[in-house]
Design a protein around this ligand. Sequence first.
Ligand code: FAQ
Length: 310
Amino acid sequence: MDAIAIENAFQEKIDKDLNIEPKDQMPEKYRLHLIRQISQHAHSEVIGMQPEGNWITRAPSLRSKQILLAKIQDEGGHGLYLYSAAETLGISREEMIEQLHSGKAKYSNIFNYPSLNWADIGAIGWLVDGAAIVNQVSLQRTSYGPYARAMVRICKEESFHQRQGYEIMANMMKGTNEQKAMAQDAMNRWWWPSLMMFGPHDSDSPNSGNAFKWKIKRQSNDVLRQRFIDKTVQQAEVIGLSIPDKDLKWNEEKQCYDHGEINWEEFNQVINGNGPCNKQRMAHHIKYHNEGAWVREAAAAYQKHINELN
Ligand code: FAQ
């Protein structure tokens, strides 16, 4: 089949809502679009372990330490499912890591902010995982089979993560005035970067055109951001936190919250390497990747040995 025939047959499948599987023919641009998005998603999960890992040794109780450890391990697992899904598109793990280290591949803006105290662990679970779920529930119906199936499993785990974060915030809001102030301060610092997680406004989103045509995206950046805001404002009210947005108000006609303008200059700085922690996050990943080389070599030598025995 020539390229046009392949593209037509492919689009017909997409239009019928059929999943595309690794061995199916697909246009080169679809393959590259998915490699970009899935690998960036995987990098986000793995880099996202750093701000939380910072608090494992300082968790305030054995229970909270166990929960945090389990959550961070889940994030590592999500990274692994996603790297595997991307590998089915013909890119190796080494190439993806190389793209991360060279700055060619992005990862979520949110993980370039520091986690300063225990309330930040609550805010990350509640807001960051909360935003991630809204986006990922929609991706459960993405057109590429391995990505869609990874999302189903990831969403189940993320909902526990969101609840553990909300529990931390709710408990702090029942505590002393200092604890309440810490929770509100964390809310103030994480709210706006969480809204940025959904990406630029639809009118400024260059990848959305093809993403919709190929049903990689099922809902737009702005639609998902709005869904997150509407859900989260109510959760904040229940525990007595206020949203740091003076322009936030209920729009009776549209039945959703209007919100203030997002600082896109900050977003662009952060996703292009100039956020508060970008350099630290990458230096940490490179250091431990290099120090772990012997583990990868040992695993490969063991596999070679097993293959020789069989
Ligand atoms: N951060 O044209 P669009 C998690 C880039 S998982 C950085 O709208 P698209 C779990 C975008 O890549 C969180 N860069 O792009 C967890 C593009 O640049 P490029 C990760 C961003 O792909 C919790 C440019 O801007 N989730 O948190 C961001 O159609 C706690 C133009 O944007 C996913 O990755 C951003 N926020 O839509 C772990 C979900 N937004 O690549 C640990 C899957 C945009 O052309 C602890 N990804 N950019 O150079 C997606 O759904 C989409 O890729 C979007 C962006 C919606 C993120």
